[in-house]
Every structure is written in C-alpha cells, then in structure tokens.
Design a protein around this ligand. Structure first.
Ligand code: FRU
Length: 497
C-alpha cells in the first residue's frame, strides 16, 4: 500500500467519528469525511453494490482526488470501506472519475483517469491519461504498466487536458470496451472516444464514437452507455451549455436514446432530453441490479455553484437516491429505487383539499425527512405551490403553473446569501387536469418526480434544520390530494427479516 493511501485510510477512520450524525442526510450517500463529487465504479460485485466516489478526505472542498468506497445491500444504507485509490504523490491531481467491470479471474477491474497538474497551464489544468487497478472489493492495486491509454493513442491527437472519465463494459464477445470523453483540437468541441482490449490491460483506439460539433455544450464529462428497454441510452454531463429544448444553460446532464448496432459499434441517437431539470444533478452512472433493474446514481450538486454550502460542516456533497430507469415513449423515466418504499412509515392522507392564496398546513405533513405523493387537480389555476423546509423566515418551493404548462423549483428564500442559480423552470411534458408529484425530502435536498418520473427536478438547500413546516397554496382554483410518509432506512432490514 502506498503512503498516500495509508495516510488517507488512517485519517478517514479517525475523522469520520467527529461528524455528527444529525448533520448527514439520512437516505442520501454522503462522504465519510471531507469532500465528495462524482460517483465512480458503481457496480454489483460479489453480492454487494459498490460505490466509489471522487473524494478529498482532508477538506470539505475539492482537492487531489482519491476514490472513496462504500458497499450496500439495498442501495439505500451504505457501509464505508477504506479509501480505494489515492493520488500518486503529493502535488498530483489524483485519480479522477472512472468505472468498474468484473475481471475474468474473479477480481474487479477499475479504470480511472490519472490527472497530473500541468505546470505549464494556469487554472489547475491536468494532463489526463487512463490507468487501471485490480482488486477484490476491498483492496485495489494499480497496474504497474499504467498509463494504459494516453491522448497519443488517438489518431490525429486529442487535447491531453480533456481526456477522462472512462466508462467500461464488456461486449458480446467478452472483450472490454471503454468510452472516454475527449476534445477535438480541430473543432474545439467534446467527443466520445471508443477503445477496445482483450485483457483489460492493453488497449487500442477503435473509433470516434460520438461527436458533439457544438450541439450540446462545449465539454462533456462522465459518460454512461447501456441498454434500456429495446434501445440503448447514453447519459453524459455537459459543461457550458446554451439553453436549447429541455436543456438549461450552464452545466447539466443530458440523455440520448437511440439504436446501437453492436457489430459496427455504431450508436444512432433518436432523441435528447434533460436527465434532471432541477439545479443539482451531475455525473450520473448506472448499474444493472441482480434482479435486472437499471439503476442510476449521480452527484447531487451543480459543480458551478458548489459554493452554496454550510462552511461549518466537515463534509460537503451527496449523491441522489439511486433511481430505477425505464423507457416510456422513447423517454428515459426515473423513480427512486423501490427499496425506498420499504423505508416508509406513518402514512397520512388528505383528500380533495381546497387550496387558496392563504397557505395551509396539513396535520401530520411536516418534517425534513419525508416522502410525499401529491395529486394536483386544477384546470386553469395560475399557480399551485408547495413550500418545504419552511419557518417564519425561510422556505424552498416547488410551483406548478398549469396555465403556462410549466413547473419551477426555487430556493431563493432557503437562507442562502449566494445569488447564483437559485431557481429553475421547465415545460411540463404533460399537462392536464391532474399533475402528480412525488417529493422526497432528506434534510438538505428535495428530489421531485413529476408525472411518474417522466421528468425530475432535484435541488439542495442549506436551511437550518429547525425549519420543518410544509405548506400548500394556490392562485386560482385547485384541489390537492396528499399522502405523506416519514422515511426510516432501518425499516428495510426489519421488513426483509
Ligand atoms: C466531473 C469531473 C470529472 C472528473 C472529476 C474530477 O465532475 O470534473 O470530469 O473526472 O470531476 O474530480
């Protein structure tokens, strides 16, 4: 074990104990200590789900990247394992994002981006190459032939600062494939590069898999490519997007659904969508569960504004609750993994509640760790809104605008003093007399599933935990049915036993 890894393992073990449990989300994965960004190597291996993550244990801000590690049997409750990968040495950028596949001999193969700061470039740019490591689910050894891929393996060249985030899989013949993001110095836009290998250690360029040519943002990060229903889907995160269709300006994840000709290794996208129209969602990865579900996890933060935070906390960053993906009318739809349903407790139901401009609270619907199912009945109200994490000063809001066919999330009154990106609005794909919402609250976040997960909007907020109220109001005529549950992850074990 290298000194850097040993140091990280000792540090996290000692420091984890100092994080008060009540400052952690209950259902969302948060770092053992320090900073978390992208999920990595999200996989099912030897009877457990493995989640690695971009991790800087020594501070709650981004720093040279380690791979943190945790395992779970239900995708909701996670057990921390010792840090899996550490940077090569002091002054290195560390191990950037990557993925995992089973290796032929029972071990697990990780591929990650080796990032070395480029002293010639300002702004913490790194030279990026791909490295692999093999391990048994607890300890991983970096291959001594690393790097296994550099930008020089790309015919015609590739910008060495933009070559990262390998997404591994095995093709039908059992050969390894990997997609990485790249950047074409000629047209100055992102692209995805495909490489192949028979043994996972020796890799060759196969083709430019997909070219952006200025359609979606400038740079791409963290691709995942996988079969979904009778199609294939590609989810990636883009930087510097212009608003277009469902895509908002800035950084965010987009999904392409299309056909994949495996012989030719050719993917033809047929549609594009926003994966999450809220504020905080990035760098998604998927796995296949033992019972055949396709489940996605993602970093629940907008990296441009990761400064909206509580400075006092020794941890920063969390993942979304893993979501099951399905294809409906050519669209990637999402729902929280069904294991979340097993955490539900204390059901409270209110039917046909008439709403007015004066907000109302409903008995039993209160708190910061809740699962709410709402059915809004309205023909032409101007606005129906739900405020949560509310007290006399603060709230965060989700508002449906039936006349405009829009929906909005807004955290401008959540207590933040930061002006950046506090509100997002989206067109509703389906409007009608009924709009269904499922809102999952977990202390510092809300994940809002619209019309059975046809759209999702996720956002975080850092309102003091004493703000526990929830209220409902409408401008115009509207009625609402509300079913609420408290959520307790320890219920999963009890229900299964
Ligand atoms: C996305 C990202 C990846 C990179 C990692 C570094 O959030 O920028 O492209 O591998 O984070 O931490």
């Amino acid at each position: 074990m290298t000194d850097m890894l040993k140091k990280a393992r000792e540090f996290e073990e000692a420091q984890e104990k100092l994080v008060p449990q009540e400052l952690r989300p209950v259902l969302h994965f948060s770092p053992r200590i320090g900073w978390l960004n992208d999920p990595n190597g999200f996989s099912y291996y030897r009877g457990q789900y493995h989640l690695f993550y971009q991790y800087y244990p020594y501070d709650s801000h981004w720093g040279p990247m380690h791979w943190g590690h945790a395992v779970s049997r239900d995708l909701i409750s996670w057990t921390y394992l010792p840090c899996a990968l550490a940077p090569e040495g002091e002054g290195s950028g560390g191990c950037f994002s990557g993925s995992a596949v089973p290796y032929g001999d029972g071990r697990q193969l990780l591929m990650y981006t080796q990032a070395e700061f480029d002293p010639a470039v300002r702004n913490r740019h790194t030279n990026q190459t791909q490295g692999v490591a093999l391990g048994d689910g607890l300890n991983y050894v970096k291959y001594d032939g690393n790097p296994v891929l550099t930008s020089e393996d790309v015919p015609g060249g590739n910008d060495p600062h933009q070559f990262r985030d390998p997404w591994l899989w095995k093709n039908r013949d059992g050969e390894f494939r990997v997609l990485t993001t790249g950047y074409d110095p000629a047209d100055e836009y992102a692209r995805l590069l495909l490489f192949g290998s028979e043994d996972g250690l020796h890799w060759r360029f196969r083709k430019v898999f997909l070219q952006n040519r200025g359609k979606v943002g400038r740079l791409w990060e963290c691709p995942s490519f996988f079969p979904l229903g009778d199609r294939w889907a590609l989810i990636a995160s883009a930087m510097f997007m212009q608003p277009k269709g469902e895509l908002s300006p800035g950084n965010g994840a987009f999904g392409l659904v299309g056909t994949y000709e495996e012989e030719m290794e050719s993917f033809r996208p047929e549609s594009i969508q926003a994966v999450d129209g809220g504020i905080d969602f990035y760098a998604a990865q998927v796995l296949k569960t033992a019972d055949g579900r396709t489940v996605m996890i993602a970093w629940m933060m907008n990296q441009e504004i990761s400064d909206i935070r509580s400075e006092e906390l020794p941890i920063h960053g969390q993942m979304i609750i893993p979501r099951e993906l399905s294809l409906r009318d050519g669209r990637i739809c999402q729902r929280p993994v069904r294991e979340l349903d097993l955490c539900r407790q204390n059901r409270v139901q209110h039917q046909g509640v008439e709403l007015s401009e004066a907000g109302i609270r409903l008995p039993g619907i209160r708190g910061r760790i809740l699962d709410l199912e709402l059915c809004i009945h309205s023909q032409d109200a101007e606005e129906i809104s739900i405020r949560f994490a509310e007290d006399s000063r603060f709230y965060t809001e989700c508002a449906v605008l039936p006349r405009k066919g829009r929906i909005r999330v807004d955290r401008s009154r959540s207590g933040t003093r930061n002006a950046a990106l506090l509100c997002r609005e989206a067109d509703l794909i389906h409007t009608g007399r009924e709009i269904r919402l499922r809102i999952v609250l977990d202390r510092w976040s809300a994940e809002i599933f619209i019309n059975d997960g046809e759209q999702v909007m996720t956002l975080t907020f850092h309102t003091e935990l004493t703000a526990q109220d929830i209220s409902f109001r409408a401008r115009g005529q509207a009625k609402i049915d509300v079913t609420g549950y408290t959520l307790d992850p320890t219920r999963i074990r009890e229900t299964k036993e």
